[in-house]
Design a binder for this molecule. Structure first.
Ligand code: ZN
Length: 76
């Protein structure tokens, strides 16, 4: 159960749109991106990092050698 005043001040962490709390699902639904957020212990979890896993791994790998297709001409 969430307070109506609390829901009115909540905003989507993605686009900042208003959220609607559904009592039957106990989820906060964004009206813009239709994102759903869980409510734990009367505290809405609006952290995007928890919603979806972030995979930002970039290896500093330099590729200097370039593979060029060197096909011999087949004369028949
Ligand atoms: Zn949204």
């Amino acid at each position: 159960m969430l307070d109506a005043d609390l829901v009115s001040v909540l905003a989507c962490p993605y686009d900042g749109a208003a959220l609607t709390y559904a009592t039957h699902t106990r989820l906060l639904t964004c009206q813009q991106c239709r994102g759903e957020f869980e409510v734990r212990q009367r505290i809405p979890v609006l952290v995007p990092e928890l919603a979806r896993q972030s995979a930002g791994n970039s290896h500093p790998r330099t590729t200097s050698s370039r593979a060029t297709p060197d096909l011999p001409e087949a004369g028949g």
